[in-house]
Design a protein. Structure first.
Length: 191
């Protein structure tokens, strides 16, 4: 192994200042300055009324799978009690903007995967919620999760501000921007 590269299993509990490790998921170098290195990986098979959660604590090796009903307060409580940042994986076929926002607010990272590529990696033909959640977890842990590109949550906030600012109608049926921004007028002056 070359100098400067680490495997996640090489890092014990606390990293000394200014050491860098290679991330298992994104192969990007992440600078750790005296942080505790403990990552919780969570595979979620998401449905409208419940989710099946399979998780693994890489520090202890503990794994668990269970169902979590979509009682908003219970879901918030569960994810807020997890150590930051937990790595959560779901399939792209889910409509869960509230879930994504809640994870972002709690400091967790969400990876959304291509459902066709996830399914191709399954070793069993028999599909059920538990197996799906465990497969997503396994792919996350091995660094083989087929993530799709998604806008960062910060971009969604900017887009939301833009859309809300364009919501006023003018007498000509078009939207007018009412923000305090500089605009170039037809005469060439910036106002």
């Amino acid at each position: 192994m070359e100098s400067g590269q680490w495997k996640m299993s090489d890092v014990i509990k606390t990293v000394s200042p200014d050491n860098e490790i290679e991330s298992m998921l994104t192969n990007q170098i992440r600078s750790l300055k005296g942080e505790t290195v403990m990552t919780l990986y969570i595979g979620v098979d998401f449905h409208p009324h419940q989710q099946t959660v399979a998780w693994c604590d890489t520090e202890t090796g503990e794994t668990r799978t269970f169902d979590l009903a979509h009682d908003l307060e219970e879901v918030r409580k569960f994810y807020s009690l997890l150590p930051e940042p937990a790595i959560v994986g779901i399939e792209a076929s889910t409509r869960a903007a509230w879930f994504e926002k809640m994870l972002f607010e709690n400091g967790h990272k969400l990876f959304v995967g291509n459902p066709v590529l996830i399914r191709k990696r399954a070793t069993s033909r028999h599909k059920n919620d538990r197996r799906d959640a465990e497969l997503i977890l396994e792919l996350l842990l091995r660094g083989e999760f087929p993530s799709i590109w998604r806008r960062p949550p910060e971009s969604d906030q900017v887009i939301e501000m833009l859309v809300s600012g364009l919501g006023q109608s003018s007498r000509y049926g078009r939207s007018e921007c009412t923000w305090p921004l500089s605009f170039v007028q037809p005469d060439g002056e910036v106002h």
